[in-house]
Design a protein around this ligand. Structure first.
Ligand SMILES: Cc1ncc(COP(=O)(O)O)c(C=O)c1O
Length: 500
């Protein structure tokens, strides 16, 4: 554990908010300093707002330090390892940020005439083409602003397809227990009912299970592949054939495409609709349900139902916005979606190239399997099936010691790490879901493995360290339900008695 000491544990400094001292000044205007006048005298009345009173009186350096310290309390992707399984917290290259800030991209307005925005339209068109190439689908919309929004859009397309066939009896969508949690919610919102199926003992959906329930009332199936165990669905081929043979459509939750890029084109194995999470696979910032982007890709047969507008290329080579078409489910987002998110994804894809994207997949899978192999003697692996980009352990080895998965998660903070995803997927007791991604170095992954092994020993020898964790963070363990339901988003003075 020699590496632990080198991590910056910087939270132990007390955070004092009351720094104001009457009479301190936080400005230094040369003019005022030289003739002793009050700065208020040199400002126009227009800029002096009487309604803003009781400002803290602090010096410039105190303000700078206060806000810098606050910013350091925030743990982000740029601070360190972030193994949040299912979320794919990989590094977002800074060059993409620079490109998204080019004036030609961020100063244009969606109402500008097309002849002034050809460059932006070319980016949108280029991204559409790249995503089609990567996945093998015929058409795409970039409108949806998150994965869940994309699921809703894709399901509306499935609905429109069945309605166009006057096939209104199809009211169910099959969702396996290893699907992502947003799938059932999107299904209900789109006006379908959920038919749950259990995955088999090896973590796969079994073709026989689908064959048993598939009939003419089923509109389709939603398959997260690789599923939330990080496992490739082995019976995929058979399942797709069964669903198609009864007139259903197959929706692919392709948010985990970061495990498949360059290895498999989902359209080629029979998916009809699929979404991507640009913020997972194509390194755009995560936005807590938006502003992100979750493109939907479809087969030729479903193309006419896509939301509008879309960007098309004319025979002369210019780009234009297609606003009307028969069959479209309509608009899902204002204008063209989150344009500068699309710019970042396009720039990532072009920088990486085909080989680079394949390498990203290979490295993500390698990193997850390295962690799996290194930790499997220390933590219980509930499924033997091969892992792709993430690995899920259970609490079986430690729950009898009176230690819970949440204690492990909080203890990781004490070692300067972001916790992994916990208690998800629901099919694993006390799940610990680790997704290292391709952007972590071997040294950082080794540090994480060392820490996990150390914590496994602490569980047996010093469990109180886990029960009391985190010990070094500014806020100690929170009541997570209360924090989510009644968030206090502004600073307030803690009651010394209750610490509330
Ligand atoms: C497999 C999968 N599907 C869907 C989603 C939902 O995406 P979003 O959070 O963008 O709504 C996620 C998010 O991580 C996911 O991992």
């Amino acid at each position: 554990m020699k590496t632990i000491a080198k991590q910056g544990l910087k939270f132990n400094e007390p955070l004092i908010f009351e720094r104001s001292v009457v009479g301190k000044k936080g400005y230094s205007f040369k003019e005022c300093l030289s003739n002793g006048s009050d700065p208020e005298d040199i400002f126009d009345d227009l800029f002096i707002r009487d309604e803003i009173k009781d400002f803290p009186e602090v010096s410039e350096v105190e303000v700078i330090r206060h806000f810098t310290r606050l910013s350091q309390l925030n743990y982000g992707l740029d601070s360190g390892f972030y193994p949040l399984g299912s979320c794919t917290m990989k590094y977002n290259p800074k060059v993409n940020e620079d490109i998204a800030r080019f004036k030609g991209f961020n100063k244009i307005h969606p109402y500008f005439p097309e002849e002034f925005t050809q460059g932006a339209l070319e980016v949108i068109f280029g991204l559409q083409e790249q995503l089609k190439k990567i996945t093998g689908f015929e058409a795409v919309t970039l409108q949806p602003s998150a994965g869940a929004h994309a699921e809703f859009t894709g399901l509306k397309i499935i609905k429109a397809y069945h309605e166009s066939n006057h096939d209104e009896k199809r009211k169910y969508i099959i969702i396996p227990d290893s699907a992502h949690g947003t799938n059932p919610a999107s299904t209900t919102l789109a006006g379908f009912e959920v038919k749950n199926v259990k995955s088999g003992p090896d973590g796969y959906i079994e073709a026989e299970t689908i064959a048993e329930i598939m009939d003419e009332t089923i509109a389709g199936i939603m398959i997260t592949n690789p599923n939330t165990l990080g496992v490739f669905e082995q019976d995929l081929d058979k399942i797709i054939k069964i669903v198609h043979s009864k007139g259903g459509l197959v929706y692919g939750d392709g948010a985990n495409m970061n495990a498949l890029m360059g290895k498999l084109k989902p359209a080629e194995i029979g998916f009809d609709v699929m979404h991507l999470n640009l913020h997972k696979t194509f390194s755009t910032p995560h936005g807590g349900g938006g502003p992100g982007a979750g493109p939907i890709l479809v087969t030729q047969e479903l193309k006419r139902f896509l939301p509008l507008p879309l960007v098309a290329k004319t025979e002369e080579g210019s780009f234009h916005i297609v606003k009307n078409a028969i069959g479209s489910i309509g608009r899902m987002k204002s204008f063209m979606g989150n344009f500068t998110v699309l710019v970042r994804a396009y720039s990532y894809i072009l920088e990486m190239g085909e080989r680079g994207l394949t390498q990203a997949t290979e490295d993500a899978v390698l990193s997850a399997n390295y962690i799996r192999e290194s930790l499997k003697g220390h933590y219980h692996l509930p499924y033997e099936a091969e892992s792709l980009h993430e690995v899920v352990f259970s609490d079986k080895n430690f729950k009898d010691l009176g230690v819970h998965t949440i204690d492990l998660a909080k203890r990781l903070i004490d070692y300067g790490l972001h916790p992994s995803t916990v208690y998800f997927p629901l099919i694993v007791s006390g799940a610990i879901m680790i997704e290292p991604t391709e952007s972590e170095s071997k040294e950082d992954i080794d540090y994480f493995i060392d820490v996990m092994k150390t914590i496994a020993n602490e569980m047996k020898e010093t469990p109180e360290l886990l029960h009391n964790a985190p010990g070094i963070s500014y806020r100690k363990r929170l009541d997570e339900v209360k924090a989510a339901k009644h968030p206090k988003l502004r600073w307030y003075k803690l009651d010394e008695e209750t610490d509330e």
